[in-house]
Each structure stands twice: as structure tokens, then as C-alpha cells.
Design a protein around this ligand. Sequence first.
Ligand code: SF4
Length: 372
Amino acid sequence: MTQPQSAPSAASFRRRLRRGRDLVEAGVAEPEDESLIDRAGRAFPVAVTAHLADAMDCEPALARQFVPEAGELEAHPADRPDPIGDERLSPVKGIVHRYPDRVLLKPLLACPAYCRFCFRRASLGGPDALLTDAELDAALAYIEDRGEIWEVILSGGDPLMLAPGRLREIVARLSAIPHVEVIRVHTRVPVLDPARVTAALVGALDTDKAMFAVLHCNHASELNAAARAACRALIRAGIPMLAQSVFLKGVNDTQAAFEGLVRALVACRIKPYYLHHPDLVPGTAHFRPSIEEGQALMRATRGRVSGLCQPAYVLDIPGGYGKVPIGPAYLSEGAGGYVVEDWRGGTHAYAAGPRPGADAVSGGDVAEEEPT
Ligand code: SF4
């Protein structure tokens, strides 16, 4: 049985907007969209926190992420029900084991608000969202039995939706496994419902193991004063923060929006880690830019902003084959060596010395700019 004290508190759900009418009354959706929102909500729950609704007032990039649009009801031939193979790679409930040295542990499949592009939309918000005690025991036993698991990524849903006591218990039990050296918490709570980041919640993450928090954040407007304070509380507790963002049409697919996002993150002491190309989730084709557009954005960003601000642009290969960086590439083979492209688009020969199976090369017109 699910233990009542393990569930997210009622207060955390208290002021969420769930129906078309709620969103219209809050002024974040048009009256003519009320029934569309309710239809979309039957396939994937709608939830908008009061914090978000306030912030959305003057920010279309926020509304686009959380208020259903007509495109959500349309199918696309490329869509896949399990876009990155989580089901296939789940040996026990709550675990996804994709790479040899790390696993995902998903103690709770619920979030404060539901992002309309979510790649786990099929599994979120259901009645059995919380791992029971027995299921958690089995998931932890899976980790304990495999000495090669070096890192555990707490994901979901959002693990910072757990009651602090349950989160503390999970962190303590993971910390007691000798071969688990790194614990990573993936969360969107600091930007969706920052009031949940209390001293008790932050304290629940205390461990002698290496603990990292990875914030999911897609637009600078998500980092308002309350969100920044929530991130600061985590950082002041000694938890380094990284960020992952999803490359989304109408949210962060312009140079200004993307640059604003990565600069705002770094100004909060949060290192941009990944820019994910969107997964092939049913009902999300209207969010997906092309890979060429993503590469052009990354290329335009290099040199314009500090290296601290540069995430890796990655694609999760459909089917569960893992993440790979998808460019752009700055290095190609040239006569007698390589050709390297600089951030302004200039090209330069580079002779790296002998390569296996190749004759030695000499000389090269190497760029003289100082590295940034
Ligand atoms: S917070 Fe993450 S898991 Fe939750 S709906 Fe958004 S993308 Fe999905």
C-alpha cells in the first residue's frame, strides 16, 4: 500500500489550475480554447501552478509550454508512443537502466505543472504515480545488487514533489550503497513551484555522496525572483546546479531567446548542460524545430557567449539507444590534416601530426585568435 505520508502534500496541489475554465478565468487562455484544453487534458493532464499563472501574464513563451494548443491533438507520422525506449529498458518498476554505470530512479510520476511537450507524458499523473514501499524496496535492491552502478539519477515526474521525509529516506538509502558515488536530482520544481523548496526539502538532499541538481528550464522568464531564490537555496546547501533545456519552437528557438536563457542560467550559477532536441512524442510535432535549426543556433551562439553558457546539443536516439551530441561540427578532414572552422565561420588548416594509418603531415595555417 502507498503510505499516505509519502505522497506530495495536499498543499502542493492546492492552487493548481486543471481545467480549461480555470485557465480562462486566470487569464492565461482564451475562452474559445476552453474545450480544446479539456480535450487535450483527457489524453495528458493539464496542470498550471498559481506561480506559473502569475508569471505567464506577460510571457507567451511560458503559456506555450503549459497551455494546450490545437497541435497537441494532431498525429504526426514520426511520433512514437515510447520515444526513448524507457519501457523496454525498465527491469523493475521505477528503474530505467540505459547505460552500464547509471540508472534512473523514478519514485514519483507527478509534476507541479505538466509541460505539453513532455516525453514521459504517457506515464505521468496517473493514480499509481507514487512508488509503494515494496516497489521502492525492489528498485533499491536492483541498484544494490549491481556494483557497476556508479550514479543514480532521481527523476520522474519530479522527485522534489516528494514529501521531505520520503525524499530524505531515499537519499539516505542510496547513500548507504557503497558503489553509488553520485546522486543527481532532475527537477523543474524551482521554476514551477518555488515555494516547495523549503529548508526541510533542501535538508532532505543532504548526503556525503556527490549530489547534483539538474534544473529543467527552457526560457529566461522561468527564472524570476522566486525561482532564483529557490535555486540559491540549493546552491547554498552545497549542491552544484546544472541545467537541461528542450529546444522548442516558439519558446527558445531564436538567438535572442536562447542567449537570454543561457546567460540567465549562468548568472544564477547554473551551468547549461544539455540542450535536448525534442523527442518524437505524440502530439508534440508543433514544438519540434529541425536539427538544422538547432545546429545553426548553436553555431551562432559559439563565440557570442562565454563557454560557460554553452550546453551540448543532444539527441536521444529513438528506441532507447542513448544520447549523442548532434553538432554542429567544427572539424573536418582536409588535405594533409584537418580543416577547423572558427566561430566567425573562417576556416583554417590544422596539422595534428601523424594519425594511425596515415602518413605524417606537416605545417598548417592555424588560426591565431586567442581561445575564448
Ligand atoms: S516537469 Fe519534466 S517530467 Fe514533468 S511534465 Fe515537465 S518535462 Fe515532463
